[in-house]
Design a protein around this ligand. Structure first.
Ligand code: V47
Length: 374
């Protein structure tokens, strides 16, 4: 054992977390009660050291990122979730809808660039039919055939299954044929009945989100999972969310990354209720996620919601991925995030290296890697 490991053990054990350390060291699963304890423990540094230990065992000093683009193809949405500042109703000045041609024209100039992924997530439009969804994927692939299309949260997939008039197998076959590569992890919010009723009651329930994720994975697609935290949820509800995801991952194994999403309250129905999450809370959320989700290969610190500085620090609290360059995200910017619109590759590399980690450029599904030197 090195002197720094000795010191780390001392920090963790003196904080009264020796029993959890023993479980982490033996690769044993943490319980629901362990999760609650980690969230409530006053010594964040000790919780972070535990998460960093697991992160180091899984990934060493590597931090992954990619070069990507977000296209939130419409903000028109039939739902009115209390946490959302992005959604608009048809006819509102700020309402917009991108056509397949718009998607094509936006991606075409990137044909010879390093961009490897387009992330497409949006509201549930009341009128767009099944073919529209296939057409926007096709448009992205037509513009840049090698781009990975990571599109449609479980809310959109569930909607597609309902409006398609086709069998489940056919819908997934159509999506694959159109060029869908994988699915992003949004729309889960907090997977408990109380939070569903309180802040997103019209949208699919926690059980429906999990059932849809199971279908996606059973049809051979990889996907991510998220949790929207920092609003009206309680500690036990955050733990319940993590445990439910962990159980589904045991069953299906198709989750690539978990992304804790820090809530931004501005322009939402929770503006006067919620406070912007603090760096302290964000780092703890990353650390507890790493420790509880032992079967998730990656934990992402999403700088758009967490801010670049907190995301950078999160690398030492369990995160091994910083997402990507992003460019053009609207959902969090409409809700007042203080993060910039885009981080150039050089800036991401700097954030990673300045914290003593090794930047590794990845593709969406973590199949191809390129170590970045600067
Ligand atoms: O589902 C909505 C969240 C999600 C707010 O899979 C908000 O790689 C904060 O899913 N404050 C969409 N968050 C984003 C998403 C995502 C992002 C980055 C990477 C990946 C991935 C997925 O944004 C929504 C919702 O949970 N959201 N409003 C808000 N006011």
């Amino acid at each position: 054992m090195t002197p720094s490991q000795d010191l780390e053990n001392l920090l963790i054990d003196r904080a009264g977390l020796g029993a959890i350390r023993a479980k982490v060291d033996q690769g044993l699963r943490l319980s629901f009660e362990d999760g609650v304890l980690l969230y409530e423990h006053p010594n964040l540094m000790a919780v972070g050291a535990l998460a960093n230990r697991l992160r180091t065992r899984m990934h060493g000093k590597k931090t992954y990122f990619n070069i990507n683009l977000h296209l939130d193809y419409t903000n028109i949405c039939i739902y009115s979730c209390k946490f959302c500042a992005f959604a608009a109703k048809p006819g509102e000045d700020r309402a917009y809808l991108m056509s397949p041609e718009d998607i094509y024209e936006r991606i075409l100039p990137l044909r010879d660039s390093e961009v490897s992924e387009v992330h497409m997530v949006a509201g549930i439009h009341p009128e767009m039919g099944y073919e529209y969804y296939l057409d926007i994927i096709r448009a992205a692939k037509r513009a840049k055939p090698d781009i990975h299309v990571k599109a449609f949260t479980m809310v959109e997939i569930d909607h597609l299954l309902k409006i398609s008039g086709k069998s489940e197998d056919q819908v997934f076959e159509d999506l694959r044929e159109a060029g869908l590569g994988s699915c992003p992890g949004g729309g889960a919010e907090v997977l408990t009945t109380r939070i569903h009723k309180a802040v997103f009651r019209d949208k699919i329930s926690p059980e429906e989100w999990l059932a849809c994720a199971r279908k996606v994975q059973e049809h051979g697609f990889k996907m991510n999972a998220t949790m929207l935290y920092g609003h009206v949820e309680r500690v036990k509800e955050r733990v319940e969310h993590l445990v439910r995801l962990r159980e589904l991952q045991d069953e299906c194994g198709g989750f690539m990354t978990f992304i804790p999403l820090a809530f931004w309250p501005y322009n939402t129905a929770l503006e006067n209720y919620g406070k912007v999450t603090t760096g302290w809370n964000d780092l703890r959320q990353v650390a507890v996620s790493r420790l509880m989700l032992d079967n998730f290969p990656n934990i992402k610190a999403y700088w758009v919601m967490m801010t670049p500085k907190v995301a950078q620090t999160a690398q030492a609290f369990g995160a091994n991925d910083l997402d990507g360059t992003v460019t053009e995200e609207r959902i969090t910017h409409d809700a007042g995030t203080s993060a910039p619109m885009e981080l150039p590759k050089t800036e991401l590399v700097h954030l990673i290296q300045a914290a003593g980690f090794e930047p590794v450029l990845r593709d969406t599904t973590y199949q191809n890697f390129e170590t970045v030197k600067s």
